[in-house]
Structures are given as C-alpha cells and as structure tokens.
Ligand binder design. Structure first.
Ligand code: PGA
Length: 233
C-alpha cells in the first residue's frame, strides 16, 4: 500500500482562538499506518500548536521560512528558530508567497538550496512542470536525503477557487514530473496535489496514479472536512 500524505495549510485564515480550537480537535485524530498528516498553522501560533500536538499522530510544519540562521533580518523567520520549537519541516514556494509577497523563482530556489542542505525537510510547491528546479534537486539531494523533499503541484487557478483540476490533468503533470525524477534517480520523492481539495473529491484525487497526497487549504481549517478527507482513505 502506498504511503499517503495529507497536509493542511491554514494560511492566515484563522485567529488565535480558532487555531487553538482546531489543534485540540485534530489532536484526537487516530492516524492510520499508511498515512502521514501534517498541519501548517500561522507562524505566530506555531510554537503553541507544536506543543499541543506534541504527543499526537499529527506533525506541525511551517508555511514558509526566510533564512537559515539567526541574524539582523527584521520580520524574518529562520530554520534555527523553527527547529528550536520542534518544527522540522516547512512549505516553500506557495503561489501566494510568489504572488502576494513577490517571492521570485530565484529567491525561492535559493531557499530550496539552503533547506536541502540543512537538517529540515521541505514541501516545495510548483504550479507548472517548468517551475520544478530539477537541476537543484539532483545536485543537492544526496542518496540518503531524498525523503527530505516533497513536491506539491498546485495550479494557481485551482487554489481557493473551488475549481479542482481534472483527474486527467493531475495525472498528466504528476506523471511528467515523476518521469523526470526517475531520470535523475529521485523517484522516491512524493508528489502532492493541491487546489480546492475537499472531502468530496479527495478519494478520487488520492487514487490517481503518481499522486502521493494532498495539500489542502480551506478545507483543512474545518474539522469535519479534514476528518472527511482522512476517512476517505
Ligand atoms: P485550497 O488551497 O485548498 O483552499 O484551494 C490549497 C493551497 O493553497 O495549498
């Protein structure tokens, strides 16, 4: 049975009260053997939520990072700080970071190189085959570190719009990426799909060839939707 991943990206959607409430509800989820569940709360509440979910089956990850080490970078978050609060993985290159915060491909790819050479793991988001920096992956992923990386295909037009990509489209892009990963001996890297995933469409998406999981925004902030997605497996 293939290992599946459900990642909840809470974005900046919840205030403190609702974030903590959701974390307490999620804590009660009993995970299955073949499933990995992660949630990415707003960075302000990361430490508190990491503590709430410490002994649960759910891991807490970050939505982004700016630098590797401590330093004079006003407003930034670094990998050392994430590690210090028990967060060992982060999303990188989400299309909302690219569009709303003007993070360029170059900046994101530089951060990718940094994290691939750190001891933290990363979910790298891309919205087209061309946005996957295969050269950086093959240069920076050593044999024993391939599972540091997860890729997430998120077509921008499907994010938060209720318009999920068709199964044929998802399979086509995932297969193309997987084939190039294979050529680079990186076929173990999981590829998630994201964009308007909910409890009604998750099963079909997760059953698709070369889909190893889902990155879920809006639906992951509602406990009944999240449970529906977990139970659809
Ligand atoms: P959505 O967001 O599920 O609300 O479309 C997905 C994402 O941005 O990761």
């Amino acid at each position: 049975m293939k290992k599946l991943h459900i990642v909840g990206n809470w974005k900046m959607s919840l205030n403190k009260e609702d974030s903590l409430k959701l974390a307490h509800n999620i804590k009660l989820i009993n995970n299955k053997d073949n499933l990995n569940i992660e949630v990415a709360p707003t960075s302000l509440y990361l430490a508190e939520i990491a503590e709430i979910l410490q002994d649960s089956d759910i891991s807490v990850i970050s939505q982004n990072f700016d630098f590797q080490n401590l330093g004079s970078f006003t407003g930034g978050i670094c990998l050392d700080q994430l590690k210090e609060i028990g967060v060992n993985k982060t999303i990188l290159g989400h299309s909302e970071r690219r569009s709303n915060f003007n993070e360029s491909n170059e900046q994101i790819n530089n951060k990718l190189e940094i994290i691939l050479n750190s001891d933290l793991d990363v979910i790298f988001c891309f919205d087209s085959y061309e946005q996957v920096p295969f050269d950086i992956l093959s240069t920076n992923l050593k044999d024993n570190s391939k599972l540091k990386l997860t890729l997430a295909y998120e077509p921008t037009w499907a994010i938060g719009t209720g318009k999920t990509a068709s199964i044929e489209h998802i399979e086509e892009i995932h297969t193309k990426v997987k084939e190039t990963l294979e050529e680079n001996m990186l076929q173990e890297i999981p590829i998630l799909y994201g964009g308007s995933v909910n409890s009604s469409n998750s099963k079909e998406i997760l059953d698709t060839n070369n889909v190893d999981g889902v990155l879920v925004g809006g639906a992951s902030t509602k406990i009944d939707q999240l449970l529906g997605i977990v139970n659809s497996i």
